[in-house]
Design a protein around this ligand. Structure first.
Ligand code: ZN
Length: 138
């Protein structure tokens, strides 16, 4: 069995953003040489997400509005977690959008459903953060 591990680094200047990381995951898959197996992609920070959905700007706007309704950033004083930090909302948003995705690898390709793409969700940007890509298979 082959095994491949790589960290993708991000430094998003804004507090929040959604980034399509499918091309980077594809590149990892090519580097791994795996034709049949699984790829795990997970955020290595508790204020960021990895999720799968459509690469459609209206939908990303809708996520932003919906997440701000669920866990508004301001006022930061509404959260007990906020003291030294001001990122309680980012922890909550991460919980809703998820930590990781797993995608099947078939014939050397990411075996997606219709319109599926992999995204990095940043909820507390302005610093360097990592995403782990782990690939196993033959
Ligand atoms: Zn925190």
């Amino acid at each position: 069995m082959k095994s491949f591990r790589k960290e993708l680094w991000f430094n998003v200047p804004s507090r929040r953003a959604f980034i399509n990381i499918t091309p980077q995951v594809d590149e990892c898959l090519r580097e791994s040489g795996v034709m049949e197996g699984l790829v795990l992609v997970n955020a290595m920070h508790i204020t960021a997400s990895v999720f799968i959905n459509d690469d459609e700007s209206g939908l990303h706007h809708d996520y932003e509005v919906w997440l701000e309704k669920l866990a508004p950033h301001e006022p930061v004083s509404q959260y007990r977690h906020n003291g030294y930090e001001d990122n309680a909302d980012a922890h909550l948003k991460r919980q809703v959008m998820g930590r990781e995705v797993v995608v099947a690898i078939t014939d050397g390709k990411l075996d997606f459903g219709t319109w599926e793409q992999i995204f990095y969700g940043e909820f507390d940007g302005g610093r360097k953060k990592r995403v782990l890509v782990k690939i196993i298979g033959e």
